[in-house]
Design a binder for this molecule. Sequence first.
Ligand code: BES
Ligand code: ZN
Ligand code: ZN
Length: 473
Amino acid sequence: MQILANSKKSDLEIILVFDKKLPKTLTKTQKDALALRDYKGEGSCFIGEQFFIGVDSHNYPFPNALRDAVANAIPTIKKLNIATASINIENLQSAKEVCEGLLLGDYNFETFKSKKSQSKLKTIYLQSKKIDSKALQTIITEAEHICSSINFVRELINTPPAIATPKYIANLAQKRAKDLKINCEIYDQKFLEKEKMGAFLAVAKASANPPFLVHLTYKPKGSKNKKLPKIVLVGKGLTYDSGGLSLKPGDYMTTMKADKSGACAVLGILEAVAKLELNAEIHGILGLAENMIGGNAYKPDDILIARNKKSIEVRNTDAEGRLVLADCLSYASDLKPDFLLDLATLTGACVVALGDYSTGVMGYNPKLAESFNKAAFSAGELSATLPFNPYLRKLFNSDVADLCNIPSSRYGSAISAGMFLGEFVEESLHQKWLHLDIAGPAYVEKAWGVNPFGATGAGVRAVVEFIKQNTKE
Ligand code: BES
Ligand code: ZN
Ligand code: ZN
């Protein structure tokens, strides 16, 4: 589906109805036709070549009313035998939201279906009497860059684990990086050994698919002698999380192909910032491994030495993400970033705390967390701060090592997991670091908002907006 800033006549006119207030410009015939169908502005309604979509902006601040309404209407519109549709919009903000609703709502994971859904709908015209078409086109192009990156992330996360192995993702990252002219280094097991990444390596030990660390670097053109903000992103890339020897029960294992969502989001963010040509130096570190069982598996009772020399007692091999991230965060710290963010489907506890729809934001700097929440919200993603405290930090003290990989109480374990990660972020960077637990919103088994069944691409819009807000033009 393509979106064009264009005042051409289309096969179908989409009319947005905000908070049940029907447009004042309706003719008597239109009003009568709507009354006949008892349409008062809720849900959707056809009259002739017009399609009315109700947008409920709710009684509380909520960023997604328009995005969701447009996304929800797409399946209906695609069933019609039409090639073009048009939408009239009032301002640039709603243009952005309409574009995102259209492009994100249009994705379906059907690569493995013999029969693909078919639609004649090709083009949506965005029309406005108030905005000049050049400004409108800029908004459209920007939304296309972000949403195509998100849909790429969704497709990669949805790809089954037998295909999307660490090596597959590393190769794909290299291919995309080449197309986008960004730098990509792929590091294999030998490098992890050289770097003494004992925690990362342990997680990957039992898998037939060896681990990789991918380091992507984006620098804007002509930026050689300029001092740009340096932002380092780290992603948890467990291409499958069986739980390891602390095996997950069957019900909890399904969907664990999505345990690579953090790494995939980081790849998508790098792709988006390169297309948007943002003015910052951005690094993406992907920690790619598979958590499996086998004769060579790491075990509860093992003691691992991480890259930063801290020793970790393993008491549960299913708390593996924090082990991979521990070494990646230590590696990332060496880059001396101005901001360090990690994205991870880290804990079920975060989903218990915040629900399926929100990212948990953690760190030692509550102001930074709040500024992230604001950026996420304005980009259409929900998030909330989960506060650190020293009592929770004590829960992963170990009798035999510096730290234990699981806390001694399961209460508050989204936060304690975040505090575990903090032990591997160099202390001078504590105020610059945020941990984003996307375990809830990364993957959905029930479509909501702009998200169809499966991977959502959570984190991409939020982090791109955060980067934009911290980047001087
Ligand atoms: N990948 C899981 C977390 C997860 C759970 C992601 C549900 C998405 C949906 C993680 O590796 C894990 O298994 N965490 C354990 C930690 C526990 C053993 C301390 C958990 O959350 O139960
Ligand atoms: Zn796990
Ligand atoms: Zn995991």
